[in-house]
Design a protein around this ligand. Structure first.
Ligand code: FES
Length: 119
């Protein structure tokens, strides 16, 4: 199926929107859009680093969670998390790539420092 319909993948809150063929994984869509998603296992549901949060009203734009996702994510699936290497688009979808935990910690620390400097 070389010419499936195009699906829109929107990276929130202000990232790009990629137009990809149905069947493309979110990981590939992110790569194509230039959005960094961390991975270590090469896309085989092994590292769980590629988690993304799907906007609930667009969850139908993806395949059903795969067996490895169900096993590995468990209750996180109910919170809208998917493994981007396993989730494949079949309609329009909007999602957020969680911030790298290390970067988030650094950013928090910088903010604290700025607040301290105000005193
Ligand atoms: S890339 Fe490793 S779990 Fe998806």
């Amino acid at each position: 199926m070389a010419h499936g319909p195009l699906c829109k993948v929107a990276f929130l809150p202000n990232g790009p929107t990629a137009a990809v063929r149905a069947g493309t994984s979110l990981l590939d869509a992110a790569r194509r859009a230039g959005v960094p998603v961390r991975t270590r296992c090469g896309g085989v549901a092994g590292c769980l680093m590629c988690k993304v949060r799907i906007e609930p009203e667009t969850a139908g734009g993806l395949n059903r969670p795969t067996a490895p996702e169900e096993r590995k994510l468990g209750p996180l699936l109910d919170e809208g998390m998917r493994l981007s290497c396993q989730a494949r688009v079949r309609g329009d979808v909007a999602l957020t790539v969680p911030e790298d935990p290390l970067k988030a910690a650094i950013r928090r620390r910088l903010l604290e420092q700025q607040e301290e400097d105000l005193w």
